[in-house]
Design a binder for this molecule. Sequence first.
Ligand code: SF4
Length: 361
Amino acid sequence: MPTDNITENLGIPVPDLWKGAHRDDRARPRSRQRLLGPSSIGLCRRRAAYEVHGTWPTDLADNMHAAILGTWLHEGILRVLREQYGACTELELTDGVILGHADAYWAPDHLHDPAARTPQTRDLGVVEDVKTKSTRALDVVVRQGPSRAEWFQVHLYAHLLRTGGLRDHPGLPTGEPLPVDVVRLRYVGREYGQVVVHQRPYDEDVTKQALAWAEDILASPEPEAMPRDLDGPGLSIICDNCPFKTACWNLGQLPDDRAPQTILAEDTAAVTEALRAYADAAEVESASKKRKAKARKMLDAADAGTYGAFKLSWSGGNPRPPEPDPDAMIRVLEGLSIGIPMRPGGRTSRTIGVSRVPEAN
Ligand code: SF4
């Protein structure tokens, strides 16, 4: 069945873009790599351990449109950085334990031609990682800045360049330290092309933290010995798209209506801990809801605009078109002595009740 929406095919075969794109994506090299990728460091220890232990990725979704669009966009962005701004792109870097590909690197000018050094030449080495994001994810970056894992990743590229980790390259010396003074993350919105850039001086301490994190993974006897650092399918978008989620959460053995997270409540102690987390969170949520409700009422008459560090905007408030009135329909049918059509009601949703047991005196 075609995945593209074809309005008029006129009997002429239309190549199915997304079918081909998914085939193409699946054909990309996905080795059972035992080397750790910088993009996996700092994210989830168990996922990184699956990679290092050579676990075969079983969860390669057929609806990876956003990821594939990101890959295509990425290729175009790197071409522009290379052709218009002289970046060296897609540099393969390794120290024999970590293996990754830095998106873009600008070496100081004197590296290419020591004789050409002048006060005007670029004196800094810069490494950049490009990330394409949905508008919502980009908004998180604007509000919260790059994640720890993203800083780890770009610092590790810098570290590998600084320690002679560059593999074959036509224009740069390999096997010898290359200067990197600045690390940069460039985020590009997939829908509207907004660009957000974060950059900072290279920080040896961040690299040390990233390497210590990697050491733990490399020392793990098996993936299952590593904690699941994220909340699981349905709660974390990273887990939803994780190629190891079936192995991680035993999805193949769970009844359909069971949440994967139920495997975490394996004994009385774990259930008690989940109840404590639930009760604590419910109390915080209740207090926050009250504060939010009061603030919302206070703002009801405020005009849109910028107030200090905050921007206020309004949307909605438009009249809705009329909609069917079920009560009136029932009255009409009853007036005509016509039986009310019914459908199966299903089940009411299960509601949890959690309260603290009073302490015994
Ligand atoms: S499913 Fe989530 S918790 Fe499990 S390995 Fe993948 S990212 Fe980590």
